[in-house]
Design a protein around this ligand. Structure first.
Ligand SMILES: Nc1ncnc2c1ncn2[C@@H]1O[C@H](COP(=O)(O)OP(=O)(O)O)[C@@H](O)[C@H]1O
Length: 186
């Protein structure tokens, strides 16, 4: 089962993924690393020091990884970690962080002011959540505000265990759309 772990930069996708790898042995694909390491891109944007992913190459490679994972172990979970993951997966877990808290995290990571504003504003207008609704069949939302990375990892683990159980009922505490941070944009 391929599950997208998405969210604005700084919401904790990488931290949570590393904890889940350790705790549950689930396979995590760090999409941005995969694209660069395996050259799954069609062109390089020198100006922005970025690459343009070739989505067909990416999807083919992901299918191979899923098959390999399912053959190698009893593990049935592949987590796709990236703020673009929801463009690829049918299931998305969207991490959220109250913009003022997100700012602090990004400042700690040494982001420059303009990039911090850009991400804080995107988070305030629910940009990634809206995209996930558009692209995914199933969307879960996890508010990481005021929680530790460990607690968020537990939230994500609970959602994935629910999916593994095959239960169709909604996980109320993670149903999307309950956060409204539009007023946090200065
Ligand atoms: N509840 C939380 N969940 C995840 N990360 C958190 C949380 N609270 C604080 N953090 C911190 O925020 C930062 C998130 O960075 P990172 O995991 O790289 O995010 P992303 O991969 O989404 O850009 C880390 O330094 C992490 O320790």
């Amino acid at each position: 089962m391929l599950i997208g772990l998405t969210g604005t930069p700084g919401t904790g996708k990488t931290s949570v993924s590393k904890l889940l790898e350790k705790r549950r042995g689930w396979k995590v694909v760090y999409l941005n690393d995969l694209i660069k390491e395996e050259r799954l891109y069609s062109e390089v944007d020198e100006e922005r020091d970025a690459v343009v992913a070739d989505m067909e190459l990416v999807e083919n490679r992901l299918n191979e990884i899923i098959d390999e994972t399912e053959k190698e172990s009893a593990n049935k979970i592949v987590i796709l970690e990236s703020h673009l993951a929801h463009y690829i997966t049918d299931i998305a877990i969207v991490l959220r962080a109250y913009p003022p808290e997100l700012r602090k995290r990004l400042e700690k990571r040494g982001y420059y002011e303009e990039k911090i504003n850009e991400n804080a504003e995107a988070e305030a207008i629910d940009l990634i959540l809206a995209e996930a609704f558009e692209w995914c069949k199933k969307v879960f939302e996890v508010n990481t505000t005021g929680r530790t990375a460990e607690e968020t990892a537990e939230d994500v683990e609970k959602i994935i265990d629910h999916l593994l159980s095959g239960k169709e009922d909604e996980l109320q505490e993670y149903s999307p759309g309950s956060l409204d941070w539009i007023d946090s944009v200065p």
